[in-house]
Design a protein around this ligand. Structure first.
Ligand SMILES: NC(=O)c1ccc[n+]([C@@H]2O[C@H](COP(=O)([O-])OP(=O)(O)OC[C@H]3O[C@@H](n4cnc5c(N)ncnc54)[C@H](O)[C@@H]3O)[C@@H](O)[C@H]2O)c1
Length: 381
C-alpha cells in the first residue's frame, strides 16, 4: 500500500470519556494524518453528531457501516486504518471487521476478552498481511525503546530478573464504571486493564515471554466482581524470573508504572514518573543517566524518528501515543520503522491474563502460559 498525501484514519469509539481525545491528538500531531471517518459512540445518533462536532470528514452510525461504506470508496479516499478505542468487549468484532474489509487496525488493550478471539485476530492479520498495532502506549516512549536496544545489545548481560509495576488508586472505593463490569471489561479487571501494560514491558524491552505464572488476584472492594489488585510471578523463556504487580486500590499512586531489568552485568530502570530518563546501574560505578533529546548520540538513527525535540523541551504521553500511529503510518507508506507491539503482543497479553486467572482459581498454582510467538516487527535489521 502506498499513500499520497495524508494518511486517512478511521476511529471506532472514543467520542466521549477518556481515551479517544488523546488518540485524536496523537493522530494529527505531525500533520501527516487526518481524522477521516468516525463511528465514535455506542448510540448511533450520538455517533453521527459526535463525528460532526469533532470535525471528522465522515460520520457513521456504527463501526460496521463505517467499514462497509468506506470499503466501497475509491482507494485514495477511503480510510487506511481504524483506531479502536471502544471498551474491551467490542475490540474483537470491530478489529476483525476492519481487517475483513481490508483496513489496518490500531487497537486498544486488552486486545480481546478471551484468548480464542485474540488468536482469531492473529490468524486474520497473518492471512491479510494488514498492519496491526496494539496500543501499549508506554512502549512508545523513546526511553523504553532505548532500553530495548540496550538489553538486546547485551549492555546488561543475560537477563536474570525483571520487575514491572503499575499501581493506581482510583478504584479504592466503589464506583459504577464499565471497568468493574465483567460483561464489558472481560474476566480480569485490574489485570486486563493495566497488568497487560506491565507484562508488555517484559516482552517489549527484553524480547522474553512468560512460560509459567503463579498469580493472586484480589477484589478489595465489597461486591466488586473483578480484581482490583493483581500480583503475578512468572518464569520467563530464558529461565529468568519476573514479578508483575498492578493495582487500582493503591491510594496515592496514579500512573506510576515502570520496570527494572536486572541483568548479569547491570540493571536498567525506567519509570513513567520520570519518563524522559533511563538509568543504568553497574557494579562499582556511578549510575549512568540517559536523557531525552534528539541531539544525544546514544540514540541510534533508527530511534531518532521517535524523538521530536532537543533536550530540555519536554516530550510526553501524547508523543508516546503518536509514536504508535507513526509506526502504523510508516507501514502504510512502506517506510522503515522500529519494533512496535503488534497483534501477537496483544494476544500474548491475553494468554498471560488467562493463565493468571487460572492460577488464582487454583490457589496460586504454577500454570503454563499459552505460547504466542514474538516476531521482531522491525524493518531495521
Ligand atoms: N493504552 C492506554 O494507555 C489506554 C488508556 C486508557 C484507555 N485505554 C483503553 O481504551 C479503551 C476505551 O477506554 P476509555 O477509558 O476511553 O473508555 P470510555 O468509556 O471513557 O469511552 C468509550 C467511548 O467509546 C464509545 N463506544 C462504546 N462502545 C462503542 C461501540 N461499540 N462503537 C462505537 N463507540 C463505542 C462510548 O460511547 C465512549 O464514547 C479501553 O479498551 C481501554 O482499556 C487504553
Amino acid at each position: 500500500m502506498s499513500i499520497v498525501g495524508k494518511v486517512r484514519v478511521g476511529m471506532a469509539g472514543g467520542g466521549s470519556g477518556f481515551f479517544g481525545a488523546p488518540h485524536r491528538r496523537a493522530i494529527i500531531m505531525d500533520n501527516t494524518a487526518e481524522l477521516t471517518a468516525g463511528a465514535l459512540r455506542l448510540d448511533p445518533a450520538e455517533s453521527l453528531l459526535t463525528a460532526e462536532r469533532l470535525y471528522f470528514k465522515r460520520g457513521y452510525r456504527d463501526a460496521k457501516s463505517m467499514h462497509a461504506i468506506e470499503a466501497t470508496l475509491p482507494l485514495d479516499e477511503r480510510i487506511n486504518y481504524t483506531t479502536v478505542v471502544t471498551p474491551n468487549n467490542s475490540h474483537f468484532p470491530i478489529a476483525q471487521d476492519a481487517l475483513n474489509n481490508g483496513f489496518g487496525v490500531l487497537c486498544e488493550k486488552p486486545l480481546t476478552t478471551n484468548l480464542a478471539d485474540s488468536q482469531a485476530l492473529v490468524a486474520s492479520v497473518e492471512r491479510t498481511n494488514l498492519p496491526f498495532v496494539s496500543a501499549y502506549t508506554y512502549t512508545g516512549y523513546p526511553m523504553v525503546k532505548l532500553a530495548r536496544e540496550m538489553v538486546l545489545n547485551g549492555d546488561i548481560g543475560d537477563v536474570r530478573k525483571v520487575q514491572t509495576w503499575y499501581p493506581q488508586g482510583w478504584l479504592a472505593d466503589a464506583k459504577d464504571v464499565w471497568r468493574v463490569d465483567p460483561k464489558i471489561a472481560g474476566p480480569s479487571g485490574c489485570g486486563g486493564d493495566i497488568g497487560t501494560h506491565a507484562y508488555e514491558f517484559i516482552r517489549y524491552v527484553t524480547g522474553l515471554s512468560a512460560t509459567e505464572v503463579s498469580a493472586k488476584l484480589t477484589s478489595f472492594v465489597d461486591d466488586r466482581k473483578l480484581d482490583d489488585d493483581f500480583e503475578a510471578r512468572a518464569v520467563l523463556s530464558n529461565g529468568a524470573i519476573a514479578t508483575i504487580s498492578a493495582s487500582q486500590v493503591t491510594i496515592g499512586s496514579q500512573n506510576d508504572n515502570g520496570f527494572r531489568i536486572i541483568g548479569k552485568t547491570g540493571t536498567l530502570e525506567w519509570s513513567n514518573t520520570d519518563h524522559q530518563t533511563l538509568k543504568l546501574y553497574r557494579p562499582g560505578k556511578e549510575v549512568q543517566v540517559f536523557r531525552l533529546g534528539v541531539e544525544y548520540n546514544y540514540f541510534p538513527e533508527r530511534l531518532k524518528p521517535y524523538l521530536r525535540l532537543p533536550s530540555g523541551h519536554p516530550e510526553g504521553f501524547h508523543e508516546a501515543l503518536a509514536n504508535h500511529h507513526r509506526d502504523m503510518e510508516s507501514m502504510l507508506r512502506g517506510q522503515s520503522h522500529y519494533h512496535y507491539p503488534g497483534v501477537h503482543d496483544g494476544a500474548a497479553g491475553i494468554a498471560f491474563i488467562e493463565a493468571c486467572l487460572e492460577s488464582n482459581l487454583k490457589g496460586g498454582a504454577s500454570i503454563p502460559v499459552a505460547a504466542v510467538e514474538n516476531p521482531d516487527y522491525s524493518t531495521y535489521k
